[in-house]
Every structure is written in C-alpha cells, then in structure tokens.
Design a binder for this molecule. Sequence first.
Ligand code: GDP
Ligand code: IMO
Ligand code: MG
Length: 421
Amino acid sequence: MKVDVLLGLQWGDEGKGKIVDVLTPDYEIVARFQGGPNAGHTLEFEGKKYVLRSVPSGIFQGNKINIIGNGVVLDPALFKAEIEALESSGHDLTKRLLVSKKAHLILPTHRLLDACYEAAKGDSKIGTTGKGIGPTYTDKVSRNGLRVGDILHNFDEKYNIAKSKHLRILGQYGFDTSALADIEEEWFAGIAKLKEFTFIDSEHYINSAVKQGRKILAEGAQGTMLDIDFGSYPFVTSSNTISAGACTGLGIAPKSVGEVYGIFKAYCTRVGSGPFPTELFDETGDQLRKLGFEFGSVTGRPRRCGWIDLVALRYAIMVDGVSQLIMMKSDVLDTFDAIKACVAYEINGQKVTDFPFEIDDSIKPVYVEMKGWQTDMTKMLGEDQFPKEFSDYIAFLEKELGVPISIVSLGPDRAQTIIRK
Ligand code: GDP
Ligand code: IMO
Ligand code: MG
C-alpha cells in the first residue's frame, strides 16, 4: 500500500486539519512530516472546535495511530499544553501517538533566537510565528541540533552545550535573555510529559506498515508557497512543505507515495510578510477576512486576503505532483455578486503564466471575472444541489489547473464536506 500525502498549496491555513480529520476513517495511520507548532490545524465536529499544532489531525476518528515524524520540530512545552488540553476534553493519546526519535527539539533558546533574528532584520522581517522554527531547522542542518532520542541518554549535558552556544550568539546581539529561566522550567516539564509517549524509529515503523498494506496518510503543515526551496523566499518557513518533504520527513521512498491531495481555498490568504500578488486592500479584502474569519489560529494575527491566484496554484500543483484537488471555504464567497481569479501576471507589459523568480509590487494580476452564485451553500448535502454558477466555477478551475477537484468544503464542520467522486 502506498502513502497518500495531503498538503497545502497556498500560503498555509487552507484547511488541512479539517480534511485530514474527514479522510482519517479511510486510513490506519496518520503521520505529520514537517513543520512544528507554527502550524495551527483547526477541526470542528459535534459542536466542538480543536486547534492542533504538533499532534496530527487523525486523533479524533477512532483508534488510529498518529505519528510525529522525523521531519517535524517539537517544542516540549507547547506539546505538553496541547496534550493536556486534549486530555481534559477526554482524549488520552499516550497509546495512539508515537514520536520519532529523529524529530528535532525546539529549545527555549531557539525561541529567543527566532525573536532576536527577526528584530535584527528590521524592516525586512519575515513575520514568523515566533516559535523557534527557523533556528531549530538551522541547527538541524548545521549539525548542532538535539533530537527526541537524545532525551534518553546524557540529555542535560547535551542540552547545556547547545544552550551555551545559543547564549553566546544572543550575547553578541545584546538580546535580553532574562525570560530564559521561566521558559526553561516549563520546557523541562514538557520533556517529562513527552517521556510518557513511545519514541520510535518511525522510518522502520512506517515502511513496515507500507509492506503490510496498512493505509497511511501523511499530513503536511504550512503550504507550498512557504516551502524553503520553492516558496516566496526568504518569506517562507524553514522546511520542505512540498510532497517530497513527506519522503524526507518520514523516511519513505518516492515510489511509496500514492495520491497527492492538494488543498486550496476558493480565494487566497497569507499571514506574515512577503509578496502576495492578488492581495486586496479594499472592502472586498475586508469582506473575505470577515466572512472567512481569517485570523491566525496560532498568533491571532489578521490574515491578508485576496482573490485566488492560479499562477501560484499551477506552480504548486507542478512541484507537488498533485493528483486530486480539494477546494475549501467555498461558502465564504456565497454572498459575492462577482468572483475573480488571477490567470496570469503582467510583468513589464508581458503576460506571464509561469510563477517567476522575483515577485515584487510591479506585478499586475490579470483577472477573469465570473458571476457569483449568491446562494447559501453551507447546508448542501451533494453536488446536485450546487448552484449553476458554482458548478461553472469548479469546471473553470479544473480546466485551468488540469487536475480534478474531488472534495469541496462548504463550512468548518466535518459534516460540511462534499465528496464528488
Ligand atoms: P490549516 O492550518 O490548513 O489546518 O487551516 P486552519 O485551521 O489554520 O484555517 C482554516 C480555518 O478555516 C479554520 O478556522 C477552519 O475551521 C475553517 N474552515 C475549514 N474549512 C472551511 C470551510 O469550508 N468553510 C469555512 N467557512 N471555514 C472553513
Ligand atoms: P499551517 O500549518 C500560515 C508563516 C509565518 C511566516 C512564515 C515563517 O497552520 O498552515 P515560521 O514561524 O514558520 O518561521 O514563519 O511562515 N507560517 C504560516 N502561515 N499557516 C501556517 O501553518 C504557518 N506556519 C508558518 O506567518 O510568514
Ligand atoms: Mg493553520
């Protein structure tokens, strides 16, 4: 059996958590392959709402195994808070959540370094989530990181070596480290909590599950346009969010990848700094933010909003090898009388359809305008109930993107989901 991969195609927050939860009944194992608590994956069902950061979104549908893969970076303090919130709502995960020994640890000083580097960037700051993601991946690549498996042997010694290196760097920047003792106390309590879970060699576990024919879903975080290699660099996150990231983040071979589900919103959002060609600064942008409730689930920051960008989406579909598309938040457009889609960029008077190296303010989006459906779709149960204008919008997108849209989401709840084929 192959590993199916589910990932975001835009700048994150496409609705990955909701759809992983919807698809989980078809799988035996759900595994996160990259990112860390910079993610906020929201799930809603039976009148309750949960936001997951490090825990995979397959934990609410029966007794499925969930794995935090080697490609993930884990903050024990935030992990503890997340687990305790789940425990207090009746979800005990100790038997069902396995953690890769090779996942890297976000240290308290990584969080400080994240803030320090952002401050040092001045006006060109990235607008990170402040969770220490960049410095942790930097230490991984520069071979200075600590991994979950390190907790088991001589941990204090390894921790102190890493911490003193970080303090030297922070000292050079003159960064205030007075909060460190308090953060460390919480963090070590998190280490104790983490030890309640089973640490595994997840690459062995997953590959033997593949051999046994068990169905596995790999859950991505962030989105393709935030990928470290292919996103809008340097305004990106520090991991490979693309489908290839599932191979390095779980230890599976490319030939083991099956379906690649690509998720996008019927419009577009972005949090933090960086280019966003279709961003709207007008009332329409405000409407999208209000109706889509576009505020960050981790930081609460208002998300920047704009029309769907098919240039960026085609690019994401290409680098991810998407085999099925999933369109989210279509209901947010229910009241609009006209809907726009960017089909090309105009750069120096030339029409460009391939996503360019440089994205700056000189890019003008070329739009196609369509009639809105002006119908409340949130209670619809099947595609036979879709208004004609919405069916036309789906057909238009499928033609432009060259991949079928197999799921359409019409609201945040698990039940508000239409499976098309
Ligand atoms: P993720 O990071 O990709 O999992 O997405 P987030 O959870 O950060 O953001 C998606 C937001 O949209 C959450 O608040 C979801 O509850 C909500 N949501 C998901 N699907 C839909 C939908 O089809 N319609 C509406 N209105 N909201 C949705
Ligand atoms: P999910 O999984 C949206 C953005 C940050 C910032 C940039 C780098 O919920 O879709 P980082 O803290 O990763 O170093 O920040 O990436 N970012 C996200 N934006 N959704 C996310 O995750 C994000 N994770 C990081 O806002 O611009
Ligand atoms: Mg999110």
